[in-house]
Design a protein around this ligand. Structure first.
Ligand SMILES: NC(=O)c1ccc[n+]([C@@H]2O[C@H](COP(=O)([O-])OP(=O)(O)OC[C@H]3O[C@@H](n4cnc5c(N)ncnc54)[C@H](OP(=O)(O)O)[C@@H]3O)[C@@H](O)[C@H]2O)c1
Length: 284
């Protein structure tokens, strides 16, 4: 199987390069070889590579910065995936694309299904939703995997921030009224590899795909510090005491049953992803 991974230096992109089986013929781009802010480059790079599967792991993920940089977020999260989808269609390739819990407002009192109506609270969520819709409207073959609370041993993420702050502050104050499932980049990459290892899906689909279980940011922070041996206390605070430029959904929990039914497996518990990640960090 011939694959093109776009965004090889991101959390998920980097893990994909490790998780995809050696039998796959994988090429990959980063910002220097394909700048998604310049959509005119996208079709020629895809056509030159001529893959059977394109995995788009790149995105504008700076949620707060997006509030004041809407044009760039729109270009990378919405326009670029639309152009990728057109290029995928022209060569008959499958486009695998990741999306986010931020397409929802978090007001539902139960886990979100793929049939729930999106209602993004901010620019990042709106641009990611536009990206999903551009892909769906293109007529290409696609697999859109919505995930959430992504972290790993490198990159910019909550886990690394907590470890850094715990080393320099007497206590941490962390939001305890937003619910979700921390999903490691490695789990996402391994699940993607497993899906493709069973053969290139011939049906289009939008799927929720997160680690099993649930917690809050505060619960996640406590588990991170406990797992890394830090004694720094974590104090639970409400969202209103931690204002951010972009509002966050209160409930980010996903119902993953459509994914589990279609692909025949579920992702491990979030605690298992955390254990693996801390182990990787400890090994250096
Ligand atoms: N992070 C989360 O919590 C989260 C939650 C839900 C869904 N997701 C989705 O999951 C997917 C993977 O996210 P992630 O956490 O792995 O993201 P990430 O670590 O922030 O990586 C994003 C990658 O996109 C690249 N990129 C940004 N602008 C680009 C441009 N103009 N041209 C080319 N590449 C560009 C970045 O390149 P540089 O390395 O050069 O900056 C980076 O390598 C994304 O679709 C994201 O929306 C993420």
């Amino acid at each position: 199987m011939k694959l093109l991974v776009i965004g090889k230096n991101g959390q998920v992109g980097g893990e994909l390069l490790k998780a995809l089986p050696p039998s796959f013929e994988v090429s990959a781009t980063d910002r220097s070889t394909l700048d998604l802010a310049r959509p005119e480059q996208i079709a020629s790079v895809i056509q030159a590579s001529n893959p059977q599967v394109i995995i788009n792991a790149a995105a504008y993920t700076a949620v707060d910065k997006a509030e004041s940089d809407q044009a760039t977020a729109q270009a990378i999260n919405a326009t670029a995936p639309g152009v990728m989808a057109d290029a995928a269609k022209s060569i008959g390739a499958l486009l695998v694309h990741y999306s986010t819990d931020y397409v929802f407002d978090g007001e539902k009192d139960a886990p979100y299904t793929e049939d729930d109506a999106p209602a993004p609270l901010g620019v990042y969520g709106r641009t990611k939703l536009d990206g999903e819709r551009a892909i769906q409207a293109s007529g290409c073959r696609y697999l859109i995997l919505r995930t959430e609370w992504v972290y790993g041993p490198y990159g910019a993420n909550f886990l690394l921030t907590m470890l850094r702050l715990a080393a320099s502050r007497p206590e941490l104050h962390v939001v305890d009224d937003q619910f979700g499932a921390p999903t490691s980049a490695r789990m996402i990459a391994e699940a993607t590899a497993r899906v493709l290892s069973a053969g290139i899906p011939q049906d289009n689909g939008l799927y929720h795909m997160t680690a099993a279980g649930r917690t809050t940011w505060c619960g996640f922070a406590r588990a991170i510090l406990a797992g890394s041996g830090s004694k720094t206390p974590v104090v639970a605070i409400p969202t209103k005491d931690y204002p951010t430029p972009a509002a966050r959904p209160r409930n980010s929990l996903f119902d993953n049953s459509r994914f589990e039914k279609r692909f025949g497996f579920r992702l491990p518990a979030w605690e298992e992803g955390l254990r693996q990640c801390l182990q990787t960090l400890a090994k250096g």
